[in-house]
Write a protein that binds this ligand. Structure first.
Ligand SMILES: Cc1ncc(COP(=O)(O)O)c(C=O)c1O
Length: 389
């Protein structure tokens, strides 16, 4: 074998090198044939594969207990690649309203391509089986869901899907593999917005799909065809984020639990959604299918209306008003005005989101400081009209 120019004496770099090459020189026609026949894991062109990207794919596969993983340009690229790879005209997709807003936009494209779609409320997952049809090819869900942190029983969905051989796809972005491994619970594929807790620092956009080697091959084909391969620099940042992923995920869950405990005692919080609270409708299933805590995401209604929620968010000093989640900094937003903005208004509220619902992504800050920030911001919200009646 020729000497590796990056490590001529075997002294390997401590960090994964960023290989920015678009193409690779073939050492011989025999090597070219070996690569194209899949006999060796060589590199030819960036749209096919990249060594920096491949490194994070192996780590993500290990985190999700998967045989392999395909990394791509964003979480939405990952969702779309899954739909395009496995669905065709005449197929039926079952999907929950409680999924990230952009899936609605993708659903319009899928319908144009002839895919039949049924939307269900994640809170109604027990009626899922009655919506499964002979042509149901996929059930797509998030648990906890975005933004109301509803919990769906993955094993129960797997049972319903198996009656017609439908694929079960779980977007595990909210839970993260630190708290939940859907493949171990009966899912066929796990999707991630790696932009979130896996990367963790608000500085990269990426997506990932983990599953069996057979699924890897099919998804790799789609990525290679449509060109959604991640760039090497973002893969490097993701690789660096993964070094601290478990520490960050643990800190976020601890902070979220402390905040949920605080919020549930506040009179200006009319509804609170966190699966780690024994009174939460998802608590029992979440306790069964999640581990190491219940994640860093929660949602709650502030005061009586949108103005109360806006006043509260504007008064926060430490918690930052921004979309996205899973970052080192705590982030808060009003989904009705942000992540769900592009849904028709009636769809924004149909599954329980209100104009005064806020979504909080807890970061790795000291939970006491976050609670103090929430407390002072709540003091800026007028006592509830409902409350004072
Ligand atoms: C649960 C979930 N899935 C997918 C996405 C899309 O990810 P990206 O923004 O990386 O495309 C998001 C984005 O917020 C999300 O919250």
């Amino acid at each position: 074998m020729p000497q590796d120019p990056l490590t001529p004496y075997g002294n390997r770099p401590m960090v994964t090198p960023i290989v920015n090459a678009v193409n690779y020189e073939y050492l011989s026609f025999d090597v070219l044939r070996q690569i194209t026949d899949g006999e060796i894991d060589g590199y030819t062109y960036h749209r096919d594969d990249n060594p920096t990207v491949r490194e994070v794919e192996k780590q993500l596969a290990a985190l999700e207990c998967a045989e392999d993983c395909v990394v791509c340009t964003s979480g939405m690229a990952a969702c779309t690649m899954v739909f395009l790879t496995y669905l065709q005209a005449g197929d039926h997709l079952l999907i929950f309203h409680d999924t990230y807003g952009a899936n609605y936009k993708v659903s319009l494209i899928l319908e144009r391509l002839g895919v039949e779609i049924t939307w269900l409320d994640a809170g109604d997952a027990d009626i899922l089986a009655s919506h499964v049809k002979q042509n149901t090819r996929m059930i797509f869900m998030e648990t906890p869901s975005n933004p109301l942190c509803k919990i769906v029983d993955i094993a129960a969905v797997g049972k319903a899907a198996s009656t017609v051989d439908a694929l079960v796809v779980v977007d595990n972005t909210f839970a993260t593999p630190y708290h939940q491994n859907p493949l171990k619970l009966g899912a066929d594929l796990v999707v991630h917005s790696a932009t979130k807790a896996l990367g963790g620092h608000n500085d990269l956009m990426a997506g990932a799909i983990a599953g069996s080697r057979e699924h890897y091959n099919r998804l790799w084909f789609t990525r290679q065809a449509i060109g959604t391969t991640l760039d090497a620099y973002s893969a490097f940042l993701l690789d660096r984020g993964l070094k601290t992923f478990e520490l960050r995920a643990g800190a976020m869950a601890k902070g979220a639990q402390a905040i949920a405990d605080f919020l549930q005692k506040q009179s200006k919080i009319s509804r609170l959604f966190y699966p780690g609270l024994p009174g939460d409708p998802g608590y029992e299933v979440a306790s069964r299918q999640m581990c190491n805590g219940f994640g860093g995401m929660l949602a709650f209604d502030v005061g009586d209306d949108e103005e109360d929620a806006k006043r509260f968010v504007a008064a926060l000093k430490r918690i930052r008003h921004a979309v996205s989640l899973g970052a080192t900094e705590s982030l808060i937003c009003i989904p009705y005005l942000t992540t769900m903005l592009y849904l028709p208004p009636e769809r924004r509220t149909t599954f329980g989101v209100s104009k005064n619902t806020v979504r909080l992504s807890v970061g790795i800050e000291n939970p006491d400081l976050l609670v103090a920030d929430l407390k002072q911001a709540l003091a800026c919200v007028a006592p509830g009209r409902k409350e004072s009646k």
